[in-house]
Ligand binder design. Structure first.
Ligand SMILES: Cc1cc2nc3c(=O)[nH]c(=O)nc-3n(C[C@H](O)[C@H](O)[C@H](O)COP(=O)(O)OP(=O)(O)OC[C@H]3O[C@@H](n4cnc5c(N)ncnc54)[C@H](O)[C@@H]3O)c2cc1C
Length: 409
């Protein structure tokens, strides 16, 4: 069988059932990455991190005799040409949650139906597989704590997929000019080796996971939180790989509230992904999923620009925006504060802030970014308003102003 593996945010050899099945079933194959709406909105850091990741993914593929083909076109433009030149029988891909990604999948399926081709969509984006959820998407609990409790009652986390991959599947020779290059100057390096190194460092070398719950709101130190998000966002790490390592760590070192809290946060991630799949376009509307806005919005471009540039009257906000603008990274505590300040203090539409984050964040994930912004705005599923007292937050989370000193220079 001739197969096309359409790579999406599953840029890894480990725990990748789509890739493994493709290699096992096919006698000739092509591996393809296409540009999409998300890649087109990326700024400097995200774009370079993605290029770095693609570079290392291709290197990993070459270890098993494969090659990655990169297209600047979207999948629905690319498919007809590939099909003409390489008469494949089946397409393999990971299924994703967000509306634009669902539209891409629908286009691919229509193409397959039209040409009588097979396709297989692999559910491997979340920690809990959709088929193992104790409820249907329609009946998904609205509030996170109800969602989490229900899942925890019958927790089913499948093991990661075996790493043994078939080698040297004959390749379709395709005339692409791949412009892959590494970007070693970034805060995070793409590729599975860097991701696994971080996993091992955070869990085993420093045992920082054992104090995660106490430190996770910190902003200054690299081990305040796991910093797995850049690799999770492109699927270089899967949530199941993290859980498997966590269980090993717990067997060797014992469980505590901190080790549990990593599961708790990964369930937040699942919740945001399912929420996005359920509400689709509503995730991007100012009104979100509630009728009528829950705050007044002022379309003041000057105030918005000052927030983007980190020149507001609030030094704590400016420090966080400076870190974002200079590195592509911001801690969760920082994100909560700058978002609350933009929406509830400056009264700027939350969608403007979400779009700015989409461009700047090195770990941008559509479901998590828009989901968290919507949640904070009050037009999502949060039962309480998330309005932070910025001065108080800076006193609690940056008591000696060390973070602000670092980023206000
Ligand atoms: C306004 C706003 C925008 C955000 N945009 C993004 C985004 O584009 N991409 C992104 O990955 N995260 C986003 N987050 C969620 C969170 O801030 C980051 O996941 C986290 O800071 C990444 O750091 P970490 O990997 O060290 O997290 P850790 O604290 O170590 O958590 C481990 C993992 O749990 C998941 N997680 C943690 N917090 C959340 C949360 N609030 N919602 C959903 N999942 C969570 C992430 O996958 C994270 O990598 C956003 C949060 C806010 C408030």
């Amino acid at each position: 069988m001739r197969g096309l593996y359409w790579v999406r945010t599953d840029l890894r050899l480990n725990d990748n059932l789509a890739l493994k099945t493709f290699l096992e079933e096919c006698s000739e194959g092509l591996i393809l990455w296409c540009s999409n709406k998300s890649t087109k909105s990326s700024g400097f850091f995200r774009q370079n991190f993605q290029e770095d990741t693609l570079f290392y993914f291709n290197k990993k593929l070459s270890d098993i005799g494969q090659q990655l083909h990169i297209s600047d076109e979207e999948i629905h433009f690319e498919l007809p040409q590939i099909f003409r030149e390489f008469n494949f029988d089946k397409i393999y891909f990971s299924t994703l949650s967000a509306v634009a990604e669902k539209k891409e999948e629908a286009d691919v399926i229509v193409f397959c139906q039209k040409h009588n081709l097979m396709w297989e969509a692999f559910d491997q984006e979340t920690l809990i597989l959709k088929k193992d959820l104790p409820f249907s998407l329609d009946q998904m609990p609205f509030i996170f704590s109800d969602f989490r409790k229900k899942i925890e009652q019958e927790l089913v986390i499948v093991s990661t997929v075996s790493q043994t991959l078939k080698r040297n599947l004959p390749l379709k020779n395709f005339n692409y000019q791949n412009k892959l290059k590494p970007h070693p100057q970034l805060l995070f390096n793409g590729g599975e080796e860097s991701a696994l190194k971080r996993l091992s460092y955070y869990f085993w070398e420093t045992k920082a996971i054992h104090t995660y719950k106490e430190t996770r709101n910190g902003m200054l130190n690299e081990n305040d939180s796991s910093r797995f998000s850049p690799w999770l966002s492109l699927g270089v790490l899967s949530p199941r790989m993290i859980m498997e390592e966590l269980r090993k760590f717990e067997s060797a070192n014992g469980t505590n509230e901190s080790t549990y809290w990593m599961l708790f946060e990964l369930l937040w991630r699942d919740y945001m992904k399912l929420f996005s799949q359920k509400y689709q376009k509503q995730l991007f509307l100012e009104d979100g999923i509630k009728k009528g806005k829950h705050y007044s919005s002022i379309r003041n471009k000057k105030l918005f620009q000052e927030w983007c540039k980190g020149i507001t009257p609030e030094p704590f906000i400016n420090a966080n925006m400076n870190e974002l603008n200079r590195t592509g990274w911001m801690s969760n505590r920082g994100r909560q504060n700058v978002a609350s300040y933009l929406v509830h203090s400056l009264k700027i539409p939350w969608t403007w802030g979400a779009a700015y984050f989409e461009e700047q964040l090195i770990d941008y994930d559509c479901d998590l970014n828009w989901g968290n912004w919507l949640y904070l705005s009050g037009n999502g599923s949060d039962p309480r308003a998330r309005i932070f007292n910025i001065l108080r937050q800076s006193e609690v989370y940056d008591p000696n102003s060390l973070y602000q000193k670092k980023w206000l220079l």
